[in-house]
Design a protein around this ligand. Structure first.
Ligand SMILES: Cc1cc2nc3c(=O)[nH]c(=O)nc-3n(C[C@H](O)[C@H](O)[C@H](O)COP(=O)(O)O)c2cc1C
Length: 346
């Protein structure tokens, strides 16, 4: 296990002044004790990530929490530019911000300092409000839901709330309502899906992270949804679900949205990742479920085509299907102790 901070027992270490908890050597940070830091980091890890790879690590110092990518969790065939890895890290960062805010800490975030994804310091007191509480309580309730949704349209007010959620995080949520545009986007999902079906590298990564993965990562079979079938209008990724029961089809008309950033590159990706999580948590508070249609983002020529279809000014980062779903089980997460790097000395 790489760079795990080992505990020396409870109390304050005289050399560093950092409080060290008996639990796996997690240190206090940002004025929080070690147990609170464990909870804050555990909340961060409930973010979504492609194939549940959980590509993040943390470094603690007395005055900062750093979020780093975990290069051992890359998916070189599916995500060669680490685009989705950054989205996942951005989503974890949003959870981290929420968890700190709910403890009265105003997070001061620098994106992309040195080798880290983000560095979070204490920016004074945060007066905890209702919205923070609601979003935080949505963190463990949010799940990727690959089962069919009820055939009930998403109300306009809900849609507007999702659009505002993306805007709050300096991103853009394009709602695909126009009939022609919907069929174009549907065609792009189908084409990218077929291209990935013929890509051995992508298929090997999917197989490696599906079903029988160890208990701390991957997409378990209970979360696989229903098996794709030729009549499906939207091609969902095939996580090897069991046989589909007769008459069990997907909803005919889900809400489909494209989350976009205003910049390409790492900064845009991290902003979009935070926006993704705010959108998903807002959806959860509204009783909505979501799943991803990432194939047109992952297949480069199709992503370029999608960008042009949206006018060329914004950068598509994630495609989501949203609706009213039935409950699905949670997916596993790595333990916080396995995500710690050597402590920061700054
Ligand atoms: C950037 C990104 C892309 C994803 N793409 C897909 C996808 O195309 N199909 C899918 O079923 N799930 C997709 N997921 C969902 C992950 O598989 C899911 O987040 C992970 O298994 C953890 O489960 P949870 O979201 O229920 O916590 C994606 C997640 C992220 C962050």
């Amino acid at each position: 296990m790489d760079g795990v901070v080992r505990g020396t027992g409870a109390g304050s270490g005289p050399s560093t002044g950092v409080e060290v908890s008996g639990m796996d050597g997690v240190t206090g940070a940002l004025g929080l004790d070690a147990d609170a830091v464990v909870e804050v980091l555990a909340t961060a890890t409930l973010a979504p990530s492609v194939h549940n790879t959980q590509p993040w690590r943390f470094r603690l110092g007395p005055d900062l929490i750093e979020l780093h990518p975990d290069p051992t969790r890359r998916l070189p065939a599916t995500d060669p530019d680490d685009r989705e890895l950054r989205l996942a890290c951005g989503a974890a960062l949003f959870n981290l911000r929420l968890a700190l805010q709910s403890r009265g800490v105003r997070p001061m975030v620098s994106l992309l300092p040195d080798s880290a994804v983000a560095e979070v310091r204490r920016g004074g007191r945060f007066p905890v409000d209702e919205e923070t509480r609601a979003l935080l309580s949505a963190v463990p309730a949010r799940r990727t839901n690959r089962t069919p949704f009820r055939d009930v349209p998403v109300p306009v007010a809900h849609r507007q709330a999702l659009v505002r959620a993306a805007e709050r995080e300096r991103s853009w949520l394009h709602v695909v309502t126009d009939h022609d545009q919907r069929s174009r986007v549907r065609g792009m999902v189908a084409r990218a899906h077929r291209a990935q079906a013929d890509d051995d590298g992508v298929q090997a990564e999917l197989a490696a992270w599906t079903g029988g993965r160890p208990h701390d990562g991957g997409v378990p079979v209970e979360s696989a949804g229903i098996r794709p079938a030729p009549q499906d209008e939207w091609a969902l990724r095939d996580f090897r679900a069991g046989e589909r029961g007769p008459g069990k089809d997907f909803e005919p008309d889900p809400l489909v949205v494209v989350l976009c950033s205003f910049y390409d590159g790492a900064l845009g990706g991290l902003q979009a990742g935070q926006a993704l999580q705010r959108v998903l948590l807002t959806a959860t508070t509204l009783g909505l479920s979501a799943s991803f249609l990432s194939q047109p983002i992952e297949v480069r020529p199709v992503r370029d085509e999608l960008r042009r279809a949206l006018g060329g000014m914004v950068v598509p980062q994630a495609v989501l299907r949203i609706g009213f779903g039935s409950p699905v089980p949670p997916t596993p997460r790595r333990a916080v102790r396995d995500l710690l790097m050597e402590p920061a000395v700054r």
